[in-house]
Design a protein around this ligand. Structure first.
Ligand code: C2O
Ligand code: CU
Length: 470
């Protein structure tokens, strides 16, 4: 990217506008218990110096990291105020909460028009790392930055020296203007690996650096908010444990030994101890095409108070379990299947779109590429009807040439591993081309729950269905 005079002029204008921020409207709305939660236009510095700031969409400056923090069991009351030029809604990803508050435009609520409001009012039942994001025209609205972290705090704070939310994202910018590429329905992204950005950020910052002290124990809450990018991460100068996936505590902390892989929508809570010496740098490294990049740089200062130089701390105890984490009765569970087909280099010959069978070419002409059990996109018929409280198991076969991140709303599941053991409780399953999986969950949350690929271009191009829990 080469700055031009025109770019420079735009920079001046954009910076002047930035000076008006932050205008945080967090005043309680008289008498209602609601706090204003505006969705509005803003700017972020995403491109290198010399380029203009990028126009983005945000919720109350949350894109850059400051999380919405609530106590476990607390009532969350937020009045979405839509100051955007487009209708929107807010989905609380991973929250096992009320269906009416799930924020899925077209399924659980109508999209909120420009200038209108919607009151989200629910209890946060589980401690952990959750997030929220737009759920109307998600490909566009999330690519523009409409997301943030929702941290639900344990009643007793775990023993860490610092708690950092790290929202990972990539942005697809026009290399001339440094503005968001507005081709949100590009058929290449839809039929291949999704919309992959050219600027990678943490908390909206392409080169995030944090100051830490040697010996400190950090809780790092990693959230993959990207449209489609899979983050492959490693640690350098810090050592530690995975404590929770997708918000839900592991029964035993897992020592981080290999790469940490996060599909879109997934989260991991790490507890890491700073082992690098003062004056050195530690890193969260992103690997890409066999190269390592600094996703986050940690500047190590002198030893933390109370730590013995060079002494490693004992492993942390597990985080306290959330309620309803067991998935009983897997053997006798109701079974159903999901065959996933389509995309470039796939084997899909034809599928049903809007009630009519279409050839792959006809689907491609309609910018649709993927099928769940031979059906493209949402229909009136759910993938399954379940009765409240029953355990269900879903076999998933990824018969495509691409990875996908299957996300179930409203309930967490466990993957049934080889030999029958149950994996960690999660809300998003990362699946690679050709893989078969089986997941099990308790259908204990009534309502209409979406199940879709969190690679958002894939969801728009057919990979979306729903479950009905009566
Ligand atoms: Cu995080 Cu349906 O989405
Ligand atoms: Cu996908």
């Amino acid at each position: 990217m080469k700055p031009t005079r025109r770019d420079f002029l735009q920079t001046t204008a954009a910076l002047a506008a930035t000076g008006l921020l932050p205008q945080r409207a967090v005043a309680a709305i008289a008498g209602s218990g609601m706090t204003a939660f505006p969705a509005r236009e803003a700017t972020l510095r995403l491109a290198p110096p010399g380029y203009p700031a990028t126009a983005v969409w945000e919720y109350d400056s949350r894109t850059t990291g400051p999380a919405l923090r609530v106590a476990q069991g607390a009532r969350v009351q937020r009045r979405l105020v839509n100051e955007l030029p487009q209708a929107t809604s807010v989905h609380w990803h991973g929250l096992r909460s009320d269906n009416a508050m799930d924020g899925v435009a077209g399924l659980t609520q109508d999209a909120v028009a420009t200038g209108d409001t919607f009151d989200y009012d629910f209890i946060a039942p589980d401690a952990g790392t959750y997030w929220f994001h737009a759920h109307n025209r998600s490909v566009e609205q999330m690519a523009r930055g409409l997301y943030g972290a929702l941290i639900v705090e344990e009643p007793d704070a775990p023993d860490v020296d610092r708690d950092e939310v790290l929202i990972l994202d990539d942005w697809l910018l026009d290399p001339e203007t440094a503005q968001i590429d507005t081709d949100f329905s590009a058929s290449h992204a839809r039929s291949h690996a999704g919309r992959i950005g050219n600027v990678v950020t943490t908390n909206g910052n392409p080169g995030l650096e944090l100051d830490v002290a040697k010996g400190e124990r950090l809780r790092l809450r990693l959230i993959n908010a990207a449209n489609a990018r899979i983050f492959v991460l490693a640690l350098s100068g810090v050592e530690g444990w995975a404590m929770a996936y997708d918000g839900m505590p592991l029964a035993e902390p897992e020592k981080v030994a290999g790469p940490i892989v996060l599909g879109p929508g997934q989260r991991v809570d790490l507890f890491v101890d700073v082992t690098a010496d003062a004056g050195e740098k530690a890193y969260l490294i992103r690997s890409e095409d066999k190269q390592g990049y600094a996703q986050v740089a940690l500047n190590v200062t002198g030893a933390a108070a109370g730590t013995v130089a060079g002494a490693l701390r004992p492993a942390p105890p597990p985080l306290p379990p959330n309620p309803r984490m067991a998935v009983p009765g897997v053997e006798a569970a109701k079974r159903f299947k999901l065959v996933v087909e389509g995309g470039a280099m796939g084997k899909l010959d034809s599928a049903v779109l809007d009630g009519e069978r279409k050839t792959f070419q006809q689907l491609a002409d309609a910018n649709q590429f993927w099928a769940f059990n031979g059906v493209v996109g949402m229909t009136d018929a759910p993938l399954a009807r379940l009765s409240r409280g029953e355990t269900a198991r879903l076999e998933i076969f990824n018969g495509t040439s691409f990875p996908h991140a299957f996300h179930l709303h409203g309930m967490h599941f466990r993957e049934i591993q080889q030999g029958g053991a149950l994996g960690p409780l999660r809300d998003t399953l990362l699946s690679f081309g050709g893989q078969a999986h089986e997941i099990a969950f308790v259908a204990d949350n009534p309502g209409k729950w979406l199940f879709h690929c969190h690679m958002l271009s894939h969801a728009e191009a057919g990979m979306i269905t729903w479950l009905d829990v009566a």
